[in-house]
Ligand binder design. Sequence first.
Ligand SMILES: [Zn+2]
Length: 488
Amino acid sequence: MTDPAAPHTDLPSATPRPGLPSAALDGAAWGAAHGQLVGLLRDLIRIPSINPPNPPGPETAAAQRIAAELRAEGLEPEIIEPVPGRGTVTVRLRGDGTGGDALLLLSHHDVVPADPTLWTHAPFAADLADGYIWGRGAVDMKAMVAMETLVVVLLARRAREAGLDPARDPIPGLRRDVLFTCSADEEAGGDAGARWLVANRPDTLRAAGALNEAGGVSMDLAGKRFYPIQVAEKGFEVYRITVHGTWGHGSMPRDDNAAVMAAEAIRRLAVPGEPRLTPVMQRLLAELAASLPPDAAAVARAVGGDDPRRGDAAMRALCDEMYARALRALIRDSISPDVVNSGFKYNVIPGVATIEIDCRTLPGTTEGDMREEVLARLGDLAPHCTVEHMIGAPPVEAPASGDLYDTMAAMIRAHDPDGIPVPVMAPFATDAKSTAHLGVPTYGFSPLRLEPGERFLERFHGTDERVGVEALRWGLPVLYDVVAAYCG
Ligand SMILES: [Zn+2]
């Protein structure tokens, strides 16, 4: 057990550096803020805001819990419910208007389901054990929700301490607005969350830039500590392929058994495609190669080189499989056949089979390109297949330079002198797909300094999701400094 409010001395954030905005608060104030953060996060995990919700309700309860934290600081948050029980919470802190458009602190409070029989700690109990807070949403993404809420709380407190009304008056030191929006329904596409807000309440998302989930988390590689800042996301295109064969009697096998044809189609679709390095991945691999010791640098150079087989071999030999899997996905358009259906009785040859495939596209690959690739893979099976596009969204990219990116990188270095910020693309999609419609550059930046060996990537939607109490203690002042510096 770890006492969340205990004073803490062995990480750099314990003694805020002179010159950083966080230095305006002393160690006791940061200790109290950390305690408040841990309490809020545990409360949020205990609200089972599972999506798809059945029945609707817990998402609004999560929004209400966040709103209560903000109201206690004199703010007047708004809860928006496109569908009853599915609430998004939003609040705006005013700057003096001289610094440009707002910074958006973006998050979602819904979570995917969890099977409690597979977990060490009950997924909605928010146990505090072994230095971790355990539970569904600890990683994706209630920890960041709580951190962003606390940043807003601390800024509002600044106004109150100056005798101002944080709901109306500009916050001392802020030149641009800080907009906080924590949405429902990210885990099922955002029709009752961010996508709805884009169409109906763009004022809750419109900003010069946004900080969102997933990036900014430390990654230990060969003795070095990197902080990948997520500047891009792959797109996704989902297809349903219907394979048409011939019905028949199972006693007399046929080549055009739709199940057999589907098996061959899946084999062809599942072969990894040709690698293609986007500029962000080129830069990531070059920056990794420049900082890593020789053996590991050779892997980064091989993956970034012209010979894909050399890159694959180097990854297999030297790379942790968790990172290799991510890296393989980030240098090609990928196809994962994930749903297969055919047949209804053992002695009836099926005349039809369906396959649903999850395609993830690199920047530069359109839906049309992806469909062509799928048809090419099907080859001589294509005339027997109907390919139907189910859902999709294009890749998104934000600049890996400029004020906001540079502020994030600088604050990582200021709080972890051994930390190396690098730009990265995510293989998955977030609400950044929605903010892209409004032209808001959206970054994955939820700063956490993890224990070496913590398998963070595997905890997204996985079992035993957990976040370190000390990782949060490091992260909150980093996030605060980015917001205060960019908006100040
Ligand atoms: Zn998420």
